[in-house]
Design a protein around this ligand. Structure first.
Ligand code: ZN
Length: 310
């Protein structure tokens, strides 16, 4: 080999090494499923969620709170200093690559770059907590078992009753979202009341954990221009859902965990934004649901990997 050929070969080798290092240096996608084949897109038969008429509004009023509701939104939150652990969580969340975004019409989760990021994922969400230590811990343990991340959309009046449960959620690496203070229909409220219902939850979560929520889901999926403006002002991402488990239609006397699983699977598509609640029958269904999703090669989106910038 002459000098020129050797030089060219060396240069090519260096380029190859650089390319490999670049590839290896990229963060892995925060999903746990293996890369799956592209699915044939079915027609989008699911209803479009909008503020006027969500097709599956959870009548949360049917869900009996485990603790009595404190509807006063003005009381001072049980403030506790943020621990250094929580600051660590904030730092880690900020450094997670933003691989996904929300489709603002369907509320599905979609890759920012479909050519490099797995689209066969779901977002798991649990509303209306935090209620009960044992039930919550059981759900968190099941999520851990499946290496699954989720958003827990909390109500301020419940946080005030059991602030320690927020820390439990964070200890398991899960994400806290804002679901208003009193779980009321914000569309019917004044601008001032809307602001109070959203701001007070931001404040109590920050006071208790040191973390400011970045996701907002209105109770009953019911928003308005004012609600959206307020959520945007607080630099949060507004979402309802695209896959309703219908767990809210069940009661202590009449529930069926298997039906929760089948309800979700019937509506399943890449990017499904799955609405569940902190409820005993959902806790029972969770392990089977996550197992079935994994069997269908779905991964679980880490909420920290969702780009919330408008
Ligand atoms: Zn709710």
């Amino acid at each position: 080999m002459n000098k020129k050929a050797l030089y060219i070969a060396s240069a090519a080798l260096l380029l190859l090494i650089a390319a490999c290092q670049n590839k290896d240096g990229a963060a892995p996608p925060p999903v746990s499923s293996p890369s799956a084949q592209q699915q044939t897109e079915k027609g989008d038969t699911s209803p479009q969620m909008n503020d006027t008429a969500p097709s599956q509004v959870p009548p949360d009023s049917k869900v009996q709170p485990i603790a009595a509701a404190d509807s006063s939104a003005n009381q001072a939150p049980a403030a506790q200093p943020a621990s250094s652990d929580n600051k660590e969580t904030v730092r880690q969340s900020a450094s997670v690559p933003k691989l996904y975004k929300l489709n603002p019409k369907s509320y599905d989760i979609v890759p920012v770059d479909p050519s490099t990021t797995e689209k066969k994922v779901v977002l798991l969400t649990f509303d209306d907590g935090p209620k009960d230590h044992d039930m919550l811990e059981s759900m968190l343990t099941t999520l851990d078992k499946h290496h699954a991340k989720a958003i827990f959309f909390v109500n301020g009046y419940r946080v005030k009753q059991k602030p320690e449960l927020l820390k439990l959620i964070l200890e398991h690496g899960q994400t806290i979202g804002n679901h208003s203070w009193d779980h009321i229909d914000l569309k019917k409220e004044s601008k001032e009341k809307v602001a109070q219902q959203i701001d007070e939850v931001q404040k109590i979560v920050k006071d208790v954990t040191g973390i400011t929520p970045q996701f907002f889901r209105p109770p009953f999926g019911s928003g308005s221009d004012e609600v959206r403006a307020k959520v945007k002002e607080n630099q949060m991402l507004f979402m309802t859902w695209s896959n309703g488990s219908l767990d809210w239609d069940m009661t202590t006397k009449n529930n069926n965990p298997d039906k929760i699983v089948s309800n979700v699977l019937e509506q399943l598509r890449p990017g499904s934004n799955i609405l569940m609640h902190e409820l005993p029958w959902t806790d029972k269904a969770l392990d089977k649901l996550l197992t079935e999703l994994e069997a269908k090669q779905y991964g679980f989106v880490d909420p920290a990997s969702i780009d919330i910038t408008p």
